[in-house]
Design a protein around this ligand. Sequence first.
Ligand SMILES: CC/C=C\CC/C=C/CC(=O)SCCNC(=O)CCNC(=O)[C@H](O)C(C)(C)COP(=O)(O)OP(=O)(O)OC[C@H]1O[C@@H](n2cnc3c(N)ncnc32)[C@H](O)[C@@H]1OP(=O)(O)O
Length: 268
Amino acid sequence: MGTLVRTSKFLSAARDINGIVTITMRRPPLNRMNLEFMSEFSNVLRDLERDNCPGAILTSYSNKVFSAGFDIGELCNPEPERFNDFYTEVQNNWTQLYGSTFPTVAVINGHAMAAGCLLALSCDYRVMIKNRTIGYNEMQMGLATPTWFTATMLNTVGHRHTELGVTLGKMFTTDEALNINLIDCVADSKEEGIQKALSFLEKFTHFLPKSYTFAKHSLRGPFIKQLKENQNEETQLAFRFLKDPEVIKKLEIVKDKEQTQFLTSKVA
Ligand SMILES: CC/C=C\CC/C=C/CC(=O)SCCNC(=O)CCNC(=O)[C@H](O)C(C)(C)COP(=O)(O)OP(=O)(O)OC[C@H]1O[C@@H](n2cnc3c(N)ncnc32)[C@H](O)[C@@H]1OP(=O)(O)O
């Protein structure tokens, strides 16, 4: 497991003897991403940058759900100030993870929906457990996929798979995801996934960190710059979208279900 370097309400980070840090998301039951979750995540990434981390693995405490994406509570008829804080934190988190100066691997040990899929795609390499699903399912929820989410998928699997994935709100099975290179390899268990992640990260011990950073930023830098230049517009666009009465109505239905779930503790 390694030495615990940071633990907070929703995340833990443990460092092994080679310095590799495993970040485990722990917001039961579904690792839904709210403002507090996102700020904790950004703090962990900031610490890893400061400590010249040689590599990181992102995974979930649950072998059923990697992350169910944004907490619908943050999207349903949002208050302007809270939504602005939430969405800004999400954007900052993406620029940190997608542009990290250290290599990252997602061990996708459960379903990865929408923003949960974005987290996995923002890493450098993806190992996924069999019989799980991954994708941008926003369409199915009556939502829309933000521009930088789409760009991240496009940069991973190309135009056609992204077009079909985003417009159909498609959740890919592990096998389908492997076929289109949405993920890089498959594992039978989280433990095997971690071993595969460590083997991938081991390759970087032979490279100069600054060479790796240069290569990564040549590929990803322009997309990060684009989001940074359009952050306010993206936030306003999403806010207006979420204030549409039809969208509010659709999300209210999901939110009501969520309250029922907490009352009955349906998900272990
Ligand atoms: C222009 C751009 C505009 C806006 C930006 C919009 C961007 C959005 C990005 C997102 O991330 S949107 C979130 C997308 N997430 C989902 O659609 C998750 C859907 N969830 C599922 O498919 C399943 O819950 C699961 C596969 C993750 C887990 O399945 P299972 O373990 O069987 O649990 P349940 O389906 O029974 O779910 C339990 C309970 O929790 C509620 N719930 C699920 N996900 C969320 C969520 N993200 N936020 C809030 N609540 C959620 C679900 O409705 C269930 O409620 P019940 O009352 O039926 O128990």
